[in-house]
Write a protein that binds this ligand. Sequence first.
Ligand code: FAD
Ligand code: SF4
Ligand code: SF4
Length: 407
Amino acid sequence: MSIKVITEKCIGCGLCVKSCPFNAIDMIDKKAVIKDNCTLCGSCVEVCPVDAIVMEKEEANNKINIEDYKGIWVFAEQRAGEILNVSVELIGEGRKIADKRNVELTAVLLGKDLDENAKTLVKYGADNVIAVDNEKLETYTTDAYSKVIADLIKERKPEIMLIGATTIGRDLGPRVSAKVHTGLTADCTRLEIDDEDGKLLQTRPAFGGNLMATIICPNHRPQMSTVRPGVMEKAKYNEDNTGNIEKVEVSFEDGQLKTEVLEVIKSEKEAVALDEAPIIVAGGRGLTDKKGFELLEKLAEKLDGAVGASRAAVDEGWIEHAHQVGQTGTTVRPKLYIAAGISGAIQHLAGMQSSDCIVAINKNPDAPIFKVADYGIVGDLYEVIPELLEALDNVDDIVTALKSVEG
Ligand code: FAD
Ligand code: SF4
Ligand code: SF4
């Protein structure tokens, strides 16, 4: 979209200046002039009595040739030098898509001192790594990261760009897509390639998770998705994998970046790394009380796992939102997920049903959670869990025992 004033028509009435909520219009020589901070909200177009302001839709179709766009890109998010799990998951998914499209998979890595991480991404299966090493990229900022990635996309034209739907990815994805004039499907849970036309089919929950919507991006490139952490399978590390690592230099002019990171302060609260935990013990409304979580914590501690929760338990104020599993919480994929007093609503299942082994404890034998459970215990959790704790007391080393079961 673009906006312009037809100067010959403008009668200098000034109504548009008053109507603009962003103070984006000046009167110069009795003619309206629109400034750079215009957000294209359209208010001024409505009020102009002589139709002197026009908004025009750019014919994007004429501007890009879809055939020019080749290759799959994955944003390899790192924090404090550690590549996130979701980036490894995206490499796994990107690899499958690249093989199906018969194109190369490229990981885009931004930060500082990237050599080791770049090599690791190759071992996980990236054909290429674009490593942009700059001290201004050490810690994420919206303006620096979105500029660098958008410039790379404009120059090199990938057909698909995948970003993890982390706090950073959810900020970065829309900024980049707006800069390169393409669409973005947020929070995808499935990605496929259409066998007929090679387009990316991007599936995500819609209408409160009650249906799954598959979205395509037919006329613009790249096709961009953010993808929920924990949903896709991780790429396998292989020491024999080889690939190209390209170091790209960038520089920023004075004043180009509006944000500067002065200091990174870690949250005082211990982070709940639910998406990384191999074992999760989760509780729901069936706990009936905040104290129920003390019991779950004992079990989690014994299993060396983390504590999760349904939204109902979070809404009751029994536990913080950081522990919530599900559509509006964290998506998890642990080796073992124990759901106690959780009914198994679709929005909860959306966040945990890919777990390797699900154990459900519920006093209602018809609870939907039993449909996804590998093991179901029908009973009162306040009887079952103490018995479980007692039984575990008799196992010398439960974690080693579980690991041996995993093989
Ligand atoms: P309930 O459905 O009330 O189930 C409690 C269960 O405990 C029952 O099955 C009962 O039989 C059992 N029980 C009771 N007492 C005992 C006992 N003593 N021993 C054993 N079992 C017992 N939910 C999420 O979890 N995560 C989300 O991210 C999420 N996002 C949502 C997003 C949207 C847009 C919407 C509309 C809803 C979302 N929800 C989410 C809410 C979801 O629909 C359910 O309301 C919620 O998951 C129910 O939580 P629950 O299973 O703990 O509670
Ligand atoms: Fe102001 Fe909106 Fe008009 Fe832009 S489109 S000049 S922001 S009123
Ligand atoms: Fe000119 Fe229309 Fe603005 Fe009046 S409202 S100053 S005529 S552009």
